[in-house]
Design a protein around this ligand. Structure first.
Ligand code: WT7
Length: 654
């Protein structure tokens, strides 16, 4: 098992965690899912179970076959026709929910906008007409690079309405990262904003798009939302660039939704893998919607009267599935906030919970740990009694953070759902059902109904309770990724070749005597920094791209706040001297190549990197050094003295 010793130690502590939290009678009595038989029923007839969930969507044509599984390719709800925007907007706009808030939006400066289902329908239709006028057709790709403003979901849903495939790129990615993603998807239209607000400062977006499009590009048009106005200077390329308002001014408020095949791609979302090149994860219409509609309803116990808030940025999958598609497919009210939790002060999130009467709150462990550090005086200033359910996602939640969340945010009253899933899974896979499951702090508990998971050893055999292994999903599920955009071979190799017929998650896990899953973190070359996935190879490529760098090895080391921090070991070209200035320059270079999320926390100049006799860098030993542990097995090293020297040097400098 490739998981690090530190992971094992953390798990030992976790497995001694024996506090249990059963849902209150009061919560249980009102929960959307109350009957434990649901697990059994789904196991006996998974396809029947998923067909039943899928039928909650509105179909233009019913499906004829639930699943066609030709491993590793799945088709779900074969022959059906539907439209994602129709399901998320129109069917509610045409019901008694017409004047219900679909999206409550608050900007960082405190401005607000509430879009009812009826209004959202019109905005989406108008934007869809604008896209059509630009020549965008079903199957075409549209890149969206915006901050958290209402035009972002409007743009996504407008794409869905006409069958175009959206590719949302997180606004924190650099121009170069954006360019790679635009080129990979061969997008012809980019929707963006002049800038966004972040801690009172403007984050330039249009300027990054301009840089990304320098040289040859597939992009014909760039549409720009004026979010920050005077605060950003924006260059204008006549013929290519359009102002959002002007673009849509004369468009009709009506647009027929395109009936799409169940398996039509809905979106591409790029995520990091083990190579330097990000993967375009492809999700399709019916399966994805079924997955997010079902999980939002069951895991978050969503009710019509709820105000629901997932704090994720829509640039990540959590935002796609649980800010937009899942809640809206359920006709719920979803809150969207533009800014960060510490601006203008550290009470911002709790102020919003009080102001809007938020009932369900979903965030990441790294955020919870930040709030812990900032102290209880912030949540104590606000009335949080509207909260009835809390969620966690993105990385394992340490029991200490779980307990703090439960006590200081949930008032010892609310269930907590620790939800394990991935960009690739589309929807939550392992999580408590809040009206049924007894929670153990630190465990994501059990796979949801209709999902089957196992922990296996290298040979693919299930490991006994308490033993570590690899987490696999053993049967296809509706919201699974269908392929990697333009690279089906990589899809097959990454996910399905290690354990043929089973989906390999890239995560290590253990299962306890009760069958609960305890996640241990990634076992591949992916780091999880503040719940964001970053490939070590991506950062390494960015570093060796700098003219002074000869070689780079990047690892994730434990960090009490972020989960993992990025540590880079760099050897320089001959005749280049180490200096603090160069260190800063190299960190800035990574920011320029990828974005601020990939900025190395530590950068360490090494005379040599520890390598095997065949020349492979032994990152495992670098992790040992960075986490201050005794060095593991060094017998395969070409020169064991290298790593000893490095260790001594690291201890001196760190
Ligand atoms: C990786 C997926 C889809 C969620 C947002 C991140 C880690 C996610 C948990 C959890 C332990 C978790 C895994 C996974 N992860 N949720 N509840 N407990 N680990 O999506 O960027 O695709 O990353 O995040 O390591 O593989 P992502």
């Amino acid at each position: 098992m490739a998981s690090s010793e530190s992971g094992d130690r953390a798990l030992e502590a976790l497995l001694q965690e024996n506090r249990r939290f059963a849902p209150s009678e009061e919560f249980r009595a009102q929960a959307n899912v109350r009957d434990p038989e649901i697990y059994q029923r789904a196991r006996q007839d998974p396809e029947g179970y998923w067909a039943e969930q899928a039928r909650r969507l509105s179909w233009f044509e019913p499906f004829r076959e639930v699943l066609r599984w030709e491993p590793p390719h799945a088709q779900w709800f074969v022959g059906g026709k539907l439209n994602a925007a129709y399901n998320c907007v129109d069917r509610h706009a045409e019901s008694d929910r017409r004047n219900k808030a679909a999206i409550i939006w608050e900007g960082e400066p405190g401005d607000q906008r509430i879009l009812t289902y009826g209004q959202l329908q019109r905005e989406v239709a108008r934007c869809a007409n604008g896209l059509k006028r630009l020549g965008v057709k079903a199957g075409d790709r549209v890149t969206i690079y915006m901050g958290m403003i209402p035009e972002l979901p409007i743009a996504m849903l407008a794409c869905a309405r006409i069958g175009a495939v959206h590719s949302v790129v997180f606004g924190g990615f650099s121009a170069e990262a954006l360019r790679d993603r635009i080129n990979d998807a061969q997008a012809e239209v980019v929707l963006t904003a002049d800038g966004g607000w972040r801690r009172g400062q403007v984050v330039p977006l249009k300027a990054q798009v301009d840089k990304a499009l320098e040289g040859a590009s597939s992009v014909r048009h760039v549409v720009v939302v004026r979010r920050v106005g005077e605060a950003a200077s924006v260059n204008w390329r006549a013929g290519r660039d359009l102002d959002w308002q002007e673009w849509l001014a004369s468009e009709s408020w009506h647009c027929e939704p395109e009936p799409m095949d169940s398996e039509a791609p809905l979106f591409i979302l790029y995520t990091s893998g083990t190579t330097g090149k990000p993967k375009g994860i492809v999700h399709t219409t019916a399966g994805y919607l079924t997955g997010v509609e079902t999980t939002t309803r069951m895991v978050f116990d969503l009710k019509d009267r709820d105000v629901y808030w997932c704090t994720a940025d829509i640039g990540w999958v959590t935002g796609h599935s649980y800010v937009i598609y899942g809640p809206l497919a359920n006709g719920a009210t979803t809150l969207m906030y533009e800014g960060t939790p510490d601006f203008p002060d550290r009470g911002r999130n709790w102020q919003l919970v009080e102001k809007y009467g938020v009932n369900i709150y979903y965030t990441a462990p790294t955020a919870i740990r930040a709030h812990m550090r900032w102290g209880t005086e912030w949540p104590e200033r606000y009335d949080l009694s509207s909260l009835r359910l809390l969620g966690s996602v993105g990385e394992p939640i340490n029991p200490e953070a779980w307990m703090w969340y439960w006590e200081h945010i949930g008032g010892r009253r609310t269930p907590i759902v620790d939800t394990w899933w991935q960009t690739e899974t589309g929807a939550i896979m392992i999580s408590p059902l809040p009206g049924l499951t007894e929670a153990k702090p630190g465990s994501a508990t059990r796979p949801l109904p209709g999902i089957e998971a196992e922990v296996v050893d290298l040979a693919g055999n299930p490991v006994p309770p308490g033993a570590g292994g690899y987490l696999v999903l053993t049967r296809p599920w509706p919201s699974m990724l269908r392929t990697i955009w333009g690279d089906d071979k990589r899809y097959q190799e990454t996910y399905w070749s290690r354990f043929p017929g089973r989906y390999f998650t890239g995560d290590g896990a253990k299962r306890d005597e009760d069958g609960y899953f305890w996640l241990l973190g990634r076992v591949d070359d992916v780091i999880n920094v503040s719940g964001h996935r970053i490939g070590t190879m991506e950062v390494e490529s960015a570093l060796v791209d700098h003219p002074s760098v000869a070689e780079a090895a990047v690892i994730g080391r434990h960090d009490p706040l972020k989960g993992q921090a990025i540590a880079a070991f760099v050897t320089l070209k001959e005749a280049v001297d180490t200096s603090e200035a160069l260190k800063q320059e190299l960190k800035a270079h990574v920011v320029q190549k990828i974005g601020a999320i990939a900025r190395p926390d530590d950068l360490f100049f090494a005379a040599e990197l520890p390598k095997t006799r065949s020349g492979k860098i032994m990152r495992r030993l670098l992790r040992d050094i960075a986490e201050g542990r005794a060095l593991g097995d060094t017998t395969t090293l070409a020169d064991p003295a290298v790593v000893e020297r490095l260790k001594a040097q690291y201890q001196e400098e760190a």
